[in-house]
Structures are given as C-alpha cells and as structure tokens.
Design a binder for this molecule. Sequence first.
Ligand code: ADP
Ligand code: MG
Length: 333
Amino acid sequence: MGRINQLSFEVANLIAAGEVVDRPSSVIKELVENSIDSGATRITVEIQHGGVLYMRVTDNGSGILPEDLPIAVRRHATSKIKDATDLEAIMTLGFRGEALAAISSVSDMRIISKVPDAAMGASIEVNSGRVGRVTEQGAQDGTTVIVENLFANVPARLKFLKRDITEAAAVIGVAEKIAMSHPEIAFRVISDGNMKLDSPGDGRLISAVRAVYGKDIALSLLPVDCTVGGVRAYGYISSPSAPRANRNYQNFFINSRYVKTRTGSAALEQAYTSYIPPEKFPGCVINLELSPASVDVNVHPSKLEVKFSNERPVFECIYHAVRDALTTNTLKP
Ligand code: ADP
Ligand code: MG
C-alpha cells in the first residue's frame, strides 16, 4: 500500500481557492474586476460585517447567458482567452477562469444576471462548491453576485480574518484603488449601510482621486504626463510640501490594472530625492500605458505582481514624468 494519496477534486479546489481568495477584499477585487471586464459603467459594492457575512457586487455590464452560468463557476472556465497565444497580450483584468470557482467553493454564492437583449434573467446558487440549478428570474441588465458566509466551510481561514472593521477597511482600500484605475466607471461602496466611496465616473482621473482622498488633497496634487520609449506615465503626484510617512499613498496602474511595482516606487522616490526628507515618502496616482505584450501579469494568482520584459523604460518614464512635474511646479529645493 503506497503512502501517496491523489487528492479529491473538492480538496484540490479548496487548496487552489486559497491562492485567489484569502479575505473579503480579495473577493471584492475579483468580483469588481469581472464587472469591469464586462464593460460596466456603474458598479456598486455592498458589504456587511466587513464582508465576511455578506458581500454584493452589482454591475450594468454585458451579463452572463443562462446556459453559461454553471460554466462560469467552474475552474479554468473563462470567456476572456481561448489559447496560449492569448496569454502573450492580455487585454482584460481576468483571464485565469478561477475567481468564481474559488469564491463559490468557500462561501454561499448567488449570481443573478441578465444580458441586455433577453426578456428574462437567470440565477444560480453555489454552496460550498455545490452547484445548484439555473432558474429563470426577473433582473436588471447586468450581473449581481452575492457572497455570504465566507470561509464558513474553512475554519482554518476563518480564524485568520481580522475584526469586521479591519476587513471592511481592506475592502474599501481595494475598491478605492480600482475606482482610481477606472475613472470612467461610477463606483459606489456601501459598508453596513454607510456610503464609503462614491466616485462619479465622469472619466476624469482627478474626480476619482477626489472621491478617494478628498478635495483638499486633490487640490494639492501635481499633474504628471510623460512618454518615454513607448511607455506613457500620467496621473498625479503629491506635493513635496506634503510628504507621507509610508508608501500607502503610492498607487500604480498598468493599463488600468492596479499593481504593486517596486520599479515604480523606486523611480518615484528617486525623483523626489532632495525634494522631501529621506525618511518620508511621496504619494502618487500614476497610470502606465504600455504594450500589453511587454508586461506579464500572469506571475501570481492574485495578479498584483507583474513582470516587465524591460524595466528600464518603465523606470525612466516614471522618473522623468515626476522630475519634470517637480521642477516645473515647485521652487528648487
Ligand atoms: P475570469 O475573470 O478569469 O474569466 P472568473 O471565474 O472571474 O474568471 O469568471 C468566469 C467567467 O464568468 C468570465 O470569463 C465571464 O465570462 C463571466 N463573468 C463573471 N463575472 C461577470 C460579470 N460581472 N459580468 C459578465 N460576465 C461575468
Ligand atoms: Mg475574473
């Protein structure tokens, strides 16, 4: 009798789910990214108890066909790519076909959706990975995903969740970054009945930044915009007179995808050398536009990390964009 077990489909799915979903904010990130990929112009996020007990994301996007609902919640099922060549230049936020499968394996999920030209919508329920039947249902155009009782079937995960208020703050933080990465989308976040974010979706980055950081900060920002070697960096940087104690105010987007990039932070901080004290940090909201083929987003299931085929132009572009703005907008340090 050998000692190695082939894990069941269910256990394998639970393990994989852990890489995509570790707390309510990662669920919201995936659901909202799906809404953006669906072409929505209006997205509303509602959570209760930090999202652990209840999360709902509503969009007015393309919707899901009734016959696609059971497929959408399967692993590796996606409408966004077809074959390996599509991985070379990803145009959508999602592509792995894992989020709905992962989330629904560790929660009670309900999807209600209607494609614009259908008379009726449809819904499906998945409870801890058990997929129910599709039923016809009246609905608005677009998709609503409700996720309840996150990790009720994974006590080990549940134990690691923080207090509701901390989880809610993480949800709001993710939503704020996504709202700033898509100023053309009207974006709302409601937590326990209170409006926490209301981005107008007028297409102006500064409007989304104002919705997140408030009018005063928005007014003190310096605009940046520069194209170097096929890379464009544009957005806003913090005034040298208002440096920050940490990097929390550094927001980088690549082709409108929120990412973490050390190259970005390094270029930004180097450009501020001699403008702010060495123990302080600049803030920014910078979107990088570059060819999707020159950046690999398939580094980690969370898609927060990216790999540039060439770091140099990215660094130079950000550095010059920031340095130019600092020298033209402020007195010499
Ligand atoms: P991925 O986003 O990587 O394709 P997901 O598991 O997140 O994988 O979603 C599976 C599929 O379900 C998507 O490819 C898409 O076709 C559909 N889908 C999910 N959410 C939405 C939504 N809000 N609106 C329209 N279609 C959606
Ligand atoms: Mg997705």
